[in-house]
Design a protein around this ligand. Structure first.
Ligand code: SAH
Ligand code: SF4
Ligand code: F3S
Length: 447
């Protein structure tokens, strides 16, 4: 019997991608599916959706429209919609797109096989977007390793309720995975050759766990435990939140050399008035204090961020405060978005009289300032030695390898294939359009 084929597409963030990989692990593991890259070949199409901004949500419906005809051609095809739009809209998805068979949420993805069975059995679409705690991890197979870098979810959901954001509604409240599960998963990944891990969560620094002796641990202590694991050479995390960035977490950058010299720390705005309206729980001064602390603990550390421009009531003066902060802090490559009102969030009913054209102008100014700074950081890397993870062959070929720096830049350099998946040192020699060029400066121990 030939295996059935699953086609999956992610529309969202890193956590959404992580979930997509877990869905594939689940369906290819016990359910006899094989992955395909073309929806036309598939027996099961899964859209893992995102509702962070209106555009992301609309895209899901237009893409559903595009695959609808496949079901007419192949009545055996099943279509499942998961992720944050599914969580927020639930049954409304079936009302709008009746050809969808299953709707499942970020916390019920492990139930996809049984939902598909029920759908076949009762010949009716199935919806399960409930929040059964942190149970899903108990039902998922061991993660499948692909390369030397891997992601590990350490906490799910968000309880911050920033006034503009859908995540607490779509993913439920903050829940941490048990320390023992996280450590076991990372050890298993290390045994399979993974040397870089990225810890995932909407607010990783809200992590709380309990050791076997009953001691409570926080995120900084979790980092310490992970740092002590053999085989793991580089640790990243995303996303951390400024409101729980403790002195101990800052100090981790002094004490733990395996932590990368990069933190993604979303600030959203440089205006205290707007930060308060967003209910972010910190001031611009406090944010800059964290950045100063990080730079003292780890000189040269790169800080990247997220910004929202045109939040309801943002004045020219508020925006200027963001621009001034950008100048003072000097962020590396960052993301900025025009505010998108999300149904059901408090900000959606706040008065917003700034014309869209003004918002777009602000977005461009902000992006220009951040891009210029990111380019300057790349230039300043020329002549420095960087610790990089060799991730593959360069796309340009010619015996060149591609590797990633701490601050997420691709460096191409000449080297042997036996360096794949290893950490090496390169001397950066040149800035190219989207990459850096370098020379091998130091091999890993034993290579
Ligand atoms: N948990 C992280 C970020 C999660 S969402 C944090 O709080 O920092 C990723 C980014 O999307 C946010 O940092 C924010 O900049 C952006 N975002 C979230 N809701 C948005 C909205 N309604 N409109 C525009 N951008 C939004
Ligand atoms: Fe959304 Fe705020 Fe939670 Fe981040 S911290 S996911 S922006 S509610
Ligand atoms: Fe989008 Fe949900 Fe992630 S709304 S950004 S997929 S948590």
């Amino acid at each position: 019997m030939t295996a059935k084929k699953i086609y999956i597409r992610s529309f969202g963030c890193q956590m959404n991608e992580y979930d997509s990989n877990r869905i594939v692990d689940l369906m290819t593991g016990g359910c006899g599916y094989e992955k395909t890259a073309t929806p036309e070949d598939a027996d099961l199409i899964v859209f893992n959706t995102c509702s962070i901004r209106d555009k992301a949500q609309q895209k899901v419906y237009s893409e559903l429209g595009r695959i609808r005809h496949l079901k007419e051609e192949n009545p055996g095809l099943r279509i499942a919609v998961g992720g944050c739009v599914a969580s927020q809209e639930g049954r409304a998805i079936i009302e709008r797109a009746p050809f969808v068979d299953v709707v499942f949420g970020p916390q019920t993805l492990h139930r996809l096989p049984s939902l598909l069975d029920q759908c076949a059995h009762c010949r009716r679409s199935q919806v399960d977007v409930s929040f059964p705690g942190i149970a899903k991890f108990d039902y998922l197979p061991r993660p499948h390793v692909d390369g030397a870098a891997a992601f590990v979810s350490i906490m799910e959901g968000c309880s911050k309720f920033c006034t503009y954001c859908v995540v607490p509604y779509t993913r439920g409240q903050e829940l941490s995975r048990p320390v023992s599960d996280v450590i076991r998963e990372i050890k298993e990944l290390a045994d399979q050759g993974v040397c870089e891990i990225t810890l995932l969560g909407q607010n990783v620094n809200a992590y709380r766990g309990t050791l076997p002796d009953g001691e409570e641990i926080d995120f900084a202590m979790l980092l310490e435990l992970i740092s002590a694991l053999d085989g793991i050479e580089r640790i990243r995390f995303m996303t951390s939140h400024p409101s729980e960035f403790t002195p101990r977490l800052i100090d981790a950058f002094r004490r733990l050399p395996k932590l990368v010299s990069h933190v993604h720390l979303p600030v959203q705005s440089g205006s205290n008035r707007i930060l308060e309206l967003m209910k972010r729980g910190y001031t611009a001064e406090r944010f800059e204090e964290i950045v100063r602390g990080l730079r003292q603990a780890r000189p040269g550390i790169c800080i990247t961020s997220d910004f929202i421009v045109g939040f309801p009531g943002e004045t020219e003066e508020d925006f200027e405060q963001t621009m001034e902060m950008v100048e003072r802090v000097g962020f590396d490559a960052s993301f900025s978005f025009v505010y998108s009102p999300r149904p059901g969030t408090p900000a959606a009913s706040m008065k917003d009289d700034t014309p869209q054209s003004v918002k777009l102008e602000r977005l461009q100014r902000l992006q220009k300032a951040n891009d210029a700074r990111a380019a300057a950081i790349s230039e300043a890397m020329v002549g420095t030695r960087q610790r990089v993870l060799v991730t593959g062959m360069s796309r340009k070929g010619g015996g060149m390898l591609a590797a990633r720096t701490d601050n997420n830049r691709v460096v191409n350099f000449k080297g042997n294939l036996d360096l794949l998946g290893r950490m090496v040192e390169v001397l950066v020699t040149e800035v190219r359009v989207h990459t850096l060029a370098g020379e091998l400066a130091g091999k890993p121990a034993g290579a």
